[in-house]
Design a protein around this ligand. Structure first.
Ligand SMILES: Cc1ncc(COP(=O)(O)O)c(C=O)c1O
Length: 385
């Protein structure tokens, strides 16, 4: 059996071995509750403080502004509901059409509760228009919620400019950094971000651990009540996962975004080979301004799902859109918002990591070129050409 070639890192990443090794003692020897008064528990608390410190360094926050949650989704929902509870008299929120389901579903819920939500449109590359953003702000607007980078097409959003607009208008600003963390530099102070979320499983830490940054100057309201996290998120801390997340953050701090250029080089090499060898392709997203690891590519007439399964037979794993939507047969809301011609050009998403090698990409290219050719031939035969 050939080695697995995993190119779906925007869906989730493999837990790093060092991360895992760091976690293990916290299931056994160091299983104490960080809230305990005895030294055995306090030692764990100190280790958690180190993780908070590393996260604060990464995004330029203060230690007390970091809250641990169960996921990126929980962090997003908590931030949005906190904003709503902070301003009970205001009823308008601005977001985009291309946010993650955890944001969009919360907005849908709020609409049912009588809130008015503006979903900013995007152009064919997934970009928003800042003039549209400025034009929809009213005295009733309480929150702007926008992602740093899109999980499906990789397009990056102008967070600093949006932060400025939010601040000028006295509106809370929530940022979903789940895909961007570790790939794009984020400075919550410089970018005027009030709340920000990210998740462990996109950065080689385990699934089920998330972070919510909360600006200490806002009037935060918890979603889950309890004494932990300074009364901001109830539930005994998931110590091993927090420790694992801390290791993953440490690795990002050590690398200081240097691996991104290697990842981008490999992605550009892959795309240039695809262009050279396959006709009628389309690449989605903002080519000049997207995450270094993300490539959303369509091959005219080739169904993305068929291609995904043929590639799987070669032990290559890509996706057709966001992992969270893959069980739903509906077209991706992101590509629909980009007005993509999905009947002819339905894309696969290739999202690499620092661990992918040129050899793997060459193997992938070889199989991709053959698979597209085979699927196009089959289609021609079926159509009686
Ligand atoms: C942009 C974005 N936001 C939020 C999430 C949710 O994170 P989690 O899986 O930790 O709930 C995801 C996960 O795919 C994502 O891509």
């Amino acid at each position: 059996m050939i080695k697995k070639i995993y190119l779906d890192n925007n869906a989730t990443t493999e837990c790093n071995q060092e991360v895992l090794d760091t976690m293990i003692p916290y299931f056994k020897e160091q299983f104490g509750n960080p809230s305990s008064l005895y030294a055995f528990g306090k030692k764990v608390k100190e280790e958690i403080i180190k993780v908070r410190r590393n996260i604060s360094t990464l995004i330029n926050a203060d230690i007390e502004e970091i809250i641990f949650t169960s996921s990126g989704s929980e962090s997003n929902v908590t931030a949005i509901m906190s904003a709503v509870n902070q301003y009970p008299k205001k009823k308008h929120i601005i977001t985009t059409k291309v946010e993650h389901a955890s944001v969009l579903e919360t907005m849908k819920y709020l609409e049912e509760k009588g809130y008015s939500i503006t979903y900013l449109s995007v152009d064919s590359e997934g970009n928003i228009d800042l003039n549209e953003l400025k034009s929809v702000i009213t005295n009733d607007t309480l929150l702007i919620s926008i992602m740093v980078a899109n999980n499906e097409i990789g397009t990056i959003y102008p967070i600093k400019e949006i932060g400025k607009i939010a601040k000028q208008n006295n509106i809370l600003f929530h940022v979903d950094a789940v895909q961007a963390i570790g790939k794009i530099k984020i400075d919550v102070k410089e970018m005027n971000i009030d709340t920000l979320s990210f998740s462990g499983h996109k950065i080689n830490a385990p699934k089920g651990i998330g972070v919510l940054y909360v600006n200490k100057n806002i009037n935060f309201k918890p979603l889950i009540f309890g004494h932990q996290e300074n009364n901001r998120r109830g539930g005994t801390e998931n110590v091993p996962y927090i420790i694992g997340l801390g290791k993953a953050i440490e690795m990002i701090l050590e690398d200081n975004y240097e691996k991104n250029s290697k990842i981008a080089e490999l992605r550009d090499y892959m795309e240039s080979k695809i262009k050279e060898n396959i006709s009628d392709i389309r690449i989605y997203g903002n080519i000049e301004n997207r995450m270094s690891n993300t490539s959303s590519i369509a091959f005219k007439g080739v169904g993305a799902e068929e291609l995904l399964f043929v590639l799987e037979s070669y032990n290559i794993f890509v996706s057709t859109g966001s992992a969270c939507n893959s069980e739903i047969a509906e077209p991706s809301h992101v590509l629909v918002a980009c007005n993509a011609d999905l009947d002819n050009y339905s894309p696969i998403r290739i999202s690499s990591s620092k661990d992918n090698t040129k050899e793997e990409i060459d193997y992938f290219l070889d199989k991709l070129i053959k698979s597209v050719k085979m699927l196009r031939n089959l289609k021609e035969k079926k159509n009686g050409k």
